[in-house]
Design a protein around this ligand. Sequence first.
Ligand SMILES: [Mg+2]
Length: 234
Amino acid sequence: MSNTDVSKAQKVHVIFDLDDTLYPERDHAHSGFRAAGRHAETAWGVSGLADEMIRRLDEGHLGQVFPMSVAALVPDHSDTHIAEVRAAYRDHDPEITLFDDGRWALEHYGAIAKLGLITDGNAGVQARKIGALDIAHHFAAKVLTGELGPDRAFHKPHPRAYELIEQQIGVAGDHYVYIGDNPAKDFVTPNARGWTSIQIIREKTIHDQNAEVAGGAPRHKIQSLRQLPEILKF
Ligand SMILES: [Mg+2]
């Protein structure tokens, strides 16, 4: 780590984002679409919903995947149909695995530093991802921002999650590193609080990796979490 990042006397805690940082978020979407497809098949006798949803996602219709796909396959659908597949997606047990370098980073840094996790989204969905990946034991502190309040009120870049991490795993003067993939929200607050912000560049991410917001540029960019030691010096 450069001298401007942290002094040698400081304890450094390594905090991760989850989606598209530690595992591929697109795999979670596909896993949920398959669950939605199974529901459509079982409850309505409609096949092909999962493939339709995957196609819409690949076309960039994030946010409209459910209504567009249901409308395409069930012309006389109602809001109930959409609510049912949303529930099937939300409540399913995901089939996902860590990126290889995600697994490496958790094991490497988990052995020599305190780790934390800050993740946005429906808290139940995020908890099921953490369970499926079997990673909870790596973290000294986890903040699922969906648990802090309704309607994305505490989603990043809201400072609350970062404050909680500082309160839960450090003492005054400690240094924090935040590693995420989404420059639209991940790095604004770490930058403001004097943390070291690092963007992991992934292929086929759900969110735009080139978004620019005021104060949100990462201090470092890497293509693999295995490059972290070059920045952190441990
Ligand atoms: Mg992310």
